[in-house]
Ligand binder design. Structure first.
Ligand code: MG
Length: 398
């Protein structure tokens, strides 16, 4: 037995930061670790999970096999963790909690990105068109945030005494970033006053969770520009029409007049990223000071405090609109999206009709539609494609 005792409180945290010494704890009580705080343990559990390793073969925007250099869910999650930690350090928030949430935030994503999620949601809702808070099966559809929570709460099978990873309340709260009312009611019934409470009664999550939401947005806006240009679907000329990006492109050229091509793109993105980080730090610091918030309880009772300035929010929104129109809805992206939908749809119908095609553990679960959805959601892009080829013989992604 170690004699080191419980991990020490984290030094240097702001009074409104999440302190693991005051965590609301785990659903299944466990002794403290001798050398790691609760949130450090949460992060470690996420990194060692099966779902985390699968993120490397899951689509962010571009399908995994379209190129080796595009972001995947894994590299995206690492970028969110990096940005989040860097902002957390300046604001004296809990870096370990930010990292745990950031690395877990996309664990519930289906293969093929949003196309996969939309398809799976439609499959479930066709079976039960109205949400039924009492139903464990198809009624509540598919939401990736909720699925991320299901992964860490139920679906990971790693411990002898319980399902899931048994993470701390604060990490789980951060993972459940959005939640529909029907799903919040269902969760609240299972865990009164728990992670879904704020979706029914209002209030905000911890500052660390708020920060992960914004770091997610900062990360994908920047890396989707990069991947978009790399793929040839976006051009630098088009990006000159985006106020936010063009501002940094000009700044890069002012400092390095002969800069061009890839290095100009990287430099502009780099300047944009660091300005957005400083903007969040300055704005959030001012909002916290103005709010008088001085504890995590006060944070939860207040409206969201981690934010961009109005100007940065406005210009970021323009960039998002640009990416939606020109990248996410690019005909080439939409074309792979429709094939991805077909893969998910076909798999869902087949597994439901022929549960013997499922691995044994999934096939004998009580709620068949949910078991099928969990199985498909857990697949990597390439595994889903292989399964589709095995069951249907058609090659949709040559
Ligand atoms: Mg994300």
């Amino acid at each position: 037995m170690s004699n080191a005792g419980a991990a020490q409180p984290v030094a240097g945290l702001a009074p409104y930061a999440s302190d693991p010494a005051h965590s609301r704890g785990r659903r299944h009580p466990e002794p403290e670790a001798p050398t790691r705080t609760a949130y450090q343990r949460d992060r470690d559990r996420v990194i060692h999970s099966t779902a985390f390793r699968r993120l490397v073969y899951k689509t962010q925007v571009f399908l995994n096999h379209e190129g080796d250099l595009f972001r995947t869910r894994l590299t995206h999650s690492l970028e969110v963790a990096q940005l989040g930690r860097s902002i957390a350090r300046s604001l004296r928030l809990n870096e370990d909690l930010v990292e745990a949430i950031a690395l877990a935030h996309d664990l519930g994503h289906t293969p093929f990105g949003h196309a996969g999620q939309d398809a799976l949601h439609a499959c479930l809702r066709r079976l039960s068109p109205t949400p039924d808070a009492a139903s464990e099966d198809s009624g509540w559809g598919f939401e990736h945030n909720l699925q991320s929570l299901r992964v860490v709460d139920e679906l990971e099978e790693r411990y002898p005494a319980f399902d899931g990873l048994n993470l701390s309340f604060e990490t789980r709260e951060g993972v459940l970033k959005h939640c529909s009312r029907a799903n919040a009611q269902r969760l609240e019934a299972q865990e009164p006053g728990g992670v879904a409470w704020r979706f029914l009664h209002g209030g905000a999550p911890s500052l660390e969770a708020q920060l992960c939401n914004l770091a997610d947005e900062i990360a994908y806006n920047a890396h989707d520009i990069d991947d978009g240009v790399r793929s040839g679907l976006l051009t630098m000329e088009q990006l000159e029409d985006v106020e936010l990006f063009d501002h940094y492109r000009r700044r890069a050229l002012d400092a390095h007049p002969r800069l061009g091509g890839r290095r100009l793109l990287f430099e502009a993105i780099r300047l944009m990223l660091s300005d957005q980080v400083y903007d969040v730090i300055d704005t959030t610091r001012a909002r916290i000071a103005g709010s008088g918030v001085d504890s995590t309880a006060a944070v939860r009772a207040h409206t969201v405090l981690v934010a961009f300035s109005d100007d940065m929010r406005h210009r970021t929104q323009q960039l998002k609109t640009f990416l939606l129109r020109n990248l996410y809805r690019h005909p080439q992206v939409m074309e792979t999206t429709s094939r991805a939908r077909k893969v998910v749809n076909d798999l869902f119908e087949r597994y439901l009709a022929e549960p013997q095609e499922l691995p044994e553990a999934h096939g004998r679960r009580q709620h068949q539609a949910r078991a099928v959805a969990d199985y498909i959601a857990g697949m990597t892009d390439r595994f889903a494609i292989r399964e589709h080829e095995r069951l249907f013989g058609a090659v949709l992604f040559p």
